[in-house]
Ligand binder design. Structure first.
Ligand SMILES: [Mg+2]
Length: 261
């Protein structure tokens, strides 16, 4: 593996698993930073603020600030504020996403008639009423966007629970509409944002992650080299059964420096 000017790291399954650091991840990050590489952490999970990831990383032995983290709520907020300024957005999502959107100046609405864009995310307070109003907004012609494609997401204890992708599938099924814009991984929207944040071109950056359908797909789509780690969602059997072809495959992020020549 060559040395890259920049590294994008997925978090859960790559740097930590639940509340435990992947052994050696801290040494890898410290060594990359020590030689001047840019390091950015990239999470699709739409239910936490960037500051809480920075705090968690720091607690686990990887000093991080809010600016070291790009997540799907930030990407959604910046994208909507820049490319859809003035649009009124109906949201299926939680407070961290609401806060990020509001701080970016995005106008939120609960009224079907006012809705220009429906933004679908993960919402653990989801009700039939919210789905019903989202349905009505789409049937009236609102643009259909989402923060992240994940159908399930691991929570504490490793249990998989329904995520944004399940809500997208529900709304596609009952409206006949297709999702128009995906903002989080593997979308080029969050990739471009991360690269701009680092000031790097795609071929200067390595995407390191544990998921074939988001992390590896994102790298491939955007022209980044990719590195699959087997500490999270994906096994060697999964990789063999997949059409994805990561540039590199490592047992763990801890092996990254040893893989360089
Ligand atoms: Mg992951």
């Amino acid at each position: 593996m060559r040395q890259y000017p920049g590294y994008l790291f997925d978090l859960d399954g790559t740097i930590y698993l639940g509340d435990g650091l992947i052994p050696g991840a801290d040494r890898t990050i410290a060594a990359l930073r020590g030689r001047g590489a840019s390091v950015l952490f990239l999470s699709n999970k739409p239910i936490a603020r960037r500051a809480s990831y920075a705090e968690k990383l720091t607690r686990l032995g990887i000093p991080a600030s809010t600016d070291d983290v790009v997540n799907s709520p930030l990407a959604a907020a910046r994208y909507l504020a820049a490319d859809h300024a003035g649009a009124r957005v109906m949201l299926i999502g939680e407070q961290p996403l609401i806060d990020e959107l509001t701080e970016a100046g995005v106008t939120l609405t609960g009224e079907v008639e006012d809705t220009d864009i429906l933004l679908v995310s993960w919402d653990r307070q989801l009700t039939y009423d919210k789905l019903h109003r989202a349905h009505d907004a789409l049937m009236r012609g609102a643009r259909f966007m989402a923060t992240n494609p994940d159908v399930t997401c691991p929570v504490e204890g490793g249990r998989m629970v329904p995520d944004a992708g399940a809500n997208i599938a529900y709304l596609q099924a009952c409206t006949g509409r297709e999702l128009e814009v995906m903002i989080g991984k593997p979308s080029p929207i969050i990739t471009r944002m991360a690269l701009a944040e680092m000031g790097l071109q795609p071929d200067e950056c390595l995407m390191v992650g544990d998921r074939l359908d988001t992390d590896m797909a994102m790298g491939e789509t955007a022209g980044l080299d990719t590195c699959l780690v087997l500490t999270g969602c994906t096994s060697r059997e999964d990789l063999r059964a997949s059409t994805r072809n990561p540039t590199w495959v490592l047992d763990s992020v801890a092996d990254l420096l040893a893989a360089e020549n």
